[in-house]
Design a protein around this ligand. Sequence first.
Ligand code: GLU
Length: 354
Amino acid sequence: MCGIVGYIGNRDAFPILIKGLQRLEYRGYDSAGVAMISPEGDLNVYKKKGKVSDLLDSCKDKNKSGNIGIGHTRWATHGEPNDVNSHPHYSQTKDLVIIHNGIIENYASIKEGLQKRGHTFLSETDTEVLIHFIEDIQENNHCALDEAVRLALTKVVGAYAIVIMSLEDPNLLIAARKGSPLVIGVGKNEYFIASDATPIIEYTNEVVYLNDFEIAVINDGKLKIKTVEDAPMTPYIQKLEMELEAIEKADPIVADVLREGDPDSGLAALVAAEEMKSPEIRDALAWACLHHPSRAVRVNAGATLFYMAGLAEDPMALDFRTIYIELGDEDPAVRRKAFEQICDIVGMPPELAG
Ligand code: GLU
């Protein structure tokens, strides 16, 4: 699932990107990268296999200035985890950069067509093909970048959350999603983009959850949303209420479990809590997963087990019992799998659950 962070505004983008990527580390990843456009107009891309801390080390003495930037933690699907395959990826002219979470299923045929027209690729990723494709459309159609993104997405099969930045236009960020979550934080003359709200919450509590097949264009301080079919949408700004107090209000039992960090006794308590099925509790648990993944996930998985078992004698409940046990080793891959399954089955908002 990996992590996506973007920033455009008046602050230094780099620290926001790095902090955001660290907040998203719980999702699991194998490499990390960032790109910023400096005030002098240079597009600086730094990427590295390994942890966000390795990325930080590798660009210690480099120019990281800029009020616009994108950051990514990768979970490789196409091409081994290495520096070259890490995101961001450039377009053919190196004017555009992209970060992508997901899989472009029909990338091979698109790549073949582009190669016939002289495109050369540096990485083995499906993602690099997408940004070349977008640039190719822009050049052939002589259209704006957001239109090229839209046209490209009408041809793409797969799942994606993407953010694109253009050296030509340092006041522009374009994001889109299908199948992978993306949240936009709306600040004062600034915008944040992330895979979930955790990198955003300390800057603003106003967010817009992008829906599938929507494209967000942040240009000159304004956010516009349209669909891949080119229908304009009015951004729906929601207030985030993911504070610890919210958990405490939602259910004292949950709050105690999290504070004490005792998932086993917590599970017993939760099994006894009939109100477990309430959406408030589920939201509170989702919040806890984001902020205290190592201990809260066990509580959450246990709670979900109860939730499922309470609905019916569903065999899925057994899976959750397995997850609950496996989570003891706190392997990020296992946690991620648990997140996805919990999210899918109980219909928890993926933006909250990660
Ligand atoms: N498919 C892309 C890649 O392999 C993105 C993977 C991800 O979601 O991190 O680079």
